[in-house]
Structures are given as structure tokens and as C-alpha cells.
Write a protein that binds this ligand. Structure first.
Ligand SMILES: [Zn+2]
Length: 217
């Protein structure tokens, strides 16, 4: 009998826990999570890309936004069903790492481009050229992470939005690279508020944006 009472007590205990946990999750965990699928078409190594993802995550964590990364193979395995090759789910972001700008007319200041609400592209070649400005061996992944944050930032901030300073500055020079290396290159306070609000509400509509020069692809 004692055993039965314990079992009943245990059962109701589980009920309390199972009911209580979701309620706690709703109140404690309000941090929005961006789901980003990454397609690497460049020569960026998995190590550099992995470190760049961590840097992007660190930058967005200061906004109060988390990132869930999925590294996608660039060749589809037909027999394997994968989110990488399905229609994008609502809120999902697809980030391409491309070799370099398609047109040499554009200069080094071009980091990539973003087409809201889903697609962002970063040029690995641009990260390489900016990294040359700094001799630190970790420069490349740190700069890659900042460029990725910049382009994903476009998806959340809307339209072709750039700032006079911070990570959303349209053209970077040595100062931005040095800030990136110190982990100090990030979003401005007003950008943080907007990013957080839009991450919570879902990305708002935005026109295609191309960094610098005002030309769109
Ligand atoms: Zn830009």
C-alpha cells in the first residue's frame, strides 16, 4: 500500500513538474533565436567558419538574440532529407559564404548583400582583404564573423540601412578592423533595440540591400 501511495504521489509530482516547466520556460526564456543555415561556397576552412559563427553569435548575444547554426553541405544528397534543401521555414535565415564579388567593378568595401527576409551573402574575399590590414592570425575569423553579423543585421534592420559608425558602417577601414579584433565592433544602441524588437516580432519586410555603392543585385 505504501508503495502504491508513493507511486501515486510520484505521478502527481510529475504532473506538477510537467505543467510547471513550460510556464517557467515562457517567463524565463524570452531570448529570441535566429535559425541560420550556412552554405559555404568559398575556400574558408571549417575552422575559420566555426570561429566566425562564434563571433557572430557573440555580437548578437549583446543584443539579446541567440543563433542556432546549421552548416549545410553544398552538394545535395538526394536520398537525404534535409532542411538545407527544403523551402525556408518561417523566420529561417540562409547565409551564403561566396568567394568574392561577382563583378570586379565593385571595390573592397563590398562585404556582401542581403535580400530580406531570408537570404544573406558574405564575400570571403572581402574578409581576406580586410584581414591583411591586421597581422593577427585570428583576424580572418573575427572579421568574417563581423561581416556575417553585418549582413544578417540587414535582414533584421530592414532596407539598405547603414550607420556612420559601428558594425553597420557601409565601408570599413583599419579602425573597424582593429575594433573587430578587440571584439568591440558591434551594433549601436538604437540598432540593438530595433534588432531585438524585430527578432521578437519576426523579420519585417525589407527591400534587397547591397553594401556600399548603392547598387543592388
Ligand atoms: Zn551593408
Amino acid at each position: 500500500m505504501k508503495i502504491r501511495q508513493d507511486l501515486i504521489a510520484g505521478f502527481f509530482g510529475l504532473l506538477v513538474i510537467s505543467v510547471g516547466t513550460p510556464l517557467m520556460a515562457q517567463t524565463v526564456s524570452e531570448e529570441p533565436v535566429l535559425s541560420i543555415l550556412v552554405y559555404n561556397y568559398s575556400a574558408a576552412s571549417p575552422t575559420v567558419l566555426g570561429q566566425a559563427e562564434k563571433e557572430t553569435q557573440r555580437i548578437f548575444s549583446r543584443v539579446g538574440v541567440s543563433i542556432s547554426w546549421t552548416d549545410c553541405p553544398i552538394q545535395q544528397v538526394l536520398l537525404e532529407k534535409s532542411d538545407c534543401y527544403e523551402e525556408p521555414a518561417p523566420g529561417q535565415i540562409r547565409l551564403r559564404i561566396l568567394k568574392q564579388p561577382l563583378n570586379d567593378y565593385f571595390q573592397d568595401s563590398i562585404f556582401g548583400f542581403a535580400v530580406a527576409p531570408v537570404f544573406a551573402s558574405v564575400y570571403y574575399g572581402s574578409a581576406l582583404r580586410l584581414a591583411v590590414l591586421d597581422k593577427d592570425e585570428y583576424a580572418l575569423s573575427a572579421i568574417m564573423g563581423c561581416l556575417m553579423a553585418h549582413e544578417v543585421g540587414h535582414l533584421l534592420l530592414g532596407e539598405n540601412r547603414h550607420s556612420a559608425s559601428g558594425i553597420m558602417k557601409a565601408q570599413w577601414d583599419l579602425k573597424q578592423v582593429q575594433l573587430a579584433m578587440r571584439g568591440s565592433l558591434g551594433f549601436l544602441p538604437q540598432e540593438k533595440k530595433l534588432l531585438y524588437a524585430n527578432a521578437i516580432a519576426g523579420r519585417r519586410k525589407a527591400e534587397p540591400a547591397l553594401c556600399a555603392r548603392g547598387t543592388r543585385e
